[in-house]
Ligand binder design. Structure first.
Ligand SMILES: Cc1ncc(C[n+]2csc(CCOP(=O)(O)OP(=O)(O)O)c2C)c(N)n1
Ligand SMILES: [Mg+2]
Length: 361
């Protein structure tokens, strides 16, 4: 169900007002934490590592988006811009050595779980040295422990449950299967069938719903019957549920730390909803006419990257000049990988059938 309205029409504005009201964060039971104590606890090095990871993701997508608009990249392109704090904190808290899986919005998770900026960029350009040898593009990135980005909404959830079953079967006590999906995927049967099975079989998985409030052009309020999502559905399934503020990396760290401890201790499924914002349209070809400028502006003013920067400056861990240097460093690295990707060769058609399942294999 996609609804689009003429830009700035009265109907768009009045629907947005209703959605803004419903999207009120006060419905979530976010956990309180001592901000200053957590900053001191995490320390300068860790927090600067978060900042630099988030800058790298932001620059990678910004440059790739520009290349797409210049016609240098084809296919689909879904930016993770706005949501970076979630996976940055989650991968760090759990460690790469788990099974990871997500939707088509997969650039950041690939980078954070070990794919290099170069192989990601070359993949977007469809080049032979790309992450999937130029065959997958933006939606299908992998790393040793990332089972992929998936284009079928909710299609990754049963695969995550399979990965969790393998962890249980192999008695790997410190590994978890972590599955990211969007709010729109919660309305899919695969989500409920998978959670049901995970609960029945006590599987060590964490299902993370990244609620960016939109499934293409449909507001979450018009697509999912109950909110908060995790708090309600976790109760239904008799499992642990958490709501986390995804626009604050400290809240993400704090929330995922608790989730990780519980996952290792109890080895049961956990449902998490992270409330976040999408800074771009659904994909690069979506101008987002269903959303008012005011709503988007407010979302972008709440940028987790800027919030982290301010926290770091306030803590005396960062100066404006150092921030500019980190920003430039990330930008320069990405400019370089774009240049290389442009120069990389196209895949040789002779290898087209390699890596494809065939009966005789
Ligand atoms: C089974 C299926 N139905 C419909 C689509 C078309 N589609 C692609 S993305 C999308 C919206 C998903 O929204 P959400 O789960 O909130 O993820 P987000 O894009 O916000 O990250 C839809 C309906 C699809 N890819 N697969
Ligand atoms: Mg969504």
């Amino acid at each position: 169900m996609v609804y689009t309205q003429e830009k700035g029409s009265e109907l768009t504005k009045s629907l947005q007002r209703v959605m803004d009201k419903k999207n009120n964060n006060s419905m979530y039971n976010f956990e309180n934490f001592d901000r200053k104590a957590l900053i001191a606890d995490l320390g300068q090095d860790k927090l600067l590592e978060y900042l630099r990871n988030m800058l790298l993701i932001r620059h990678l997508e910004t440059r790739a988006e520009a290349a797409y608009l210049q016609g240098k990249i084809g296919g689909f392109f879904h930016a993770y811009m706005g949501q970076e704090a979630i996976q940055t904190a989650c991968v760090d808290v759990f460690g790469q050595n788990n099974w990871w899986i997500t939707s088509y919005r997969c650039h950041a998770l690939a980078l954070l779980t070990g794919a290099s900026p170069q192989e990601i960029m070359s993949e977007l350009f469809g080049k032979a040295d790309g992450n999937a040898f130029g065959r997958g593009g933006s939606m299908h990135l992998y790393s040793d422990r990332l089972l992929g980005g998936f284009g079928i909404v909710g299609g990754q959830v049963p695969i995550a449950i399979g990965a969790a079953l393998s962890i249980k079967y192999l008695k790997k006590k410190d590994e978890t299967a972590i599955c990211f999906l969007g709010d729109g995927a919660v309305a899919q049967g695969t989500f409920h069938e998978s959670v049901n099975l995970a609960v029945l079989w006590d599987l060590p998985c964490v299902i993370v719903v990244e609620n960016n409030k939109w499934g293409m052009g449909t507001s979450v309020n018009r697509a999912v019957a109950v909110e908060p999502i995790a708090e309600n559905f976790a109760t239904c399934y008799g499992i642990e549920g958490h709501s986390i503020d995804g626009m604050d990396i400290l809240a993400c760290y704090n929330g995922f730390k608790k989730v990780h401890e519980s996952s290792i201790k109890n080895r049961k499924p956990i449902l998490v909803e992270v409330i976040t914002e999408r800074f771009r349209g659904h994909s690069v070809s979506d101008p987002g006419l269903y959303r008012t400028k005011e709503n988007l502006k407010a979302a972008m003013e709440n940028d987790s990257l800027l919030r982290l920067k301010l926290d770091l400056i306030e803590a005396g861990f960062l100066t404006e000049e150092q921030y500019k240097a980190f920003d430039k460093e990330a930008k320069d690295q990405i400019v370089e990988v774009v240049k290389n990707a442009e120069l990389s060769p196209n895949p040789d058609p002779i290898v087209l059938e390699e890596g494809v399942y065939k009966e005789e294999d």
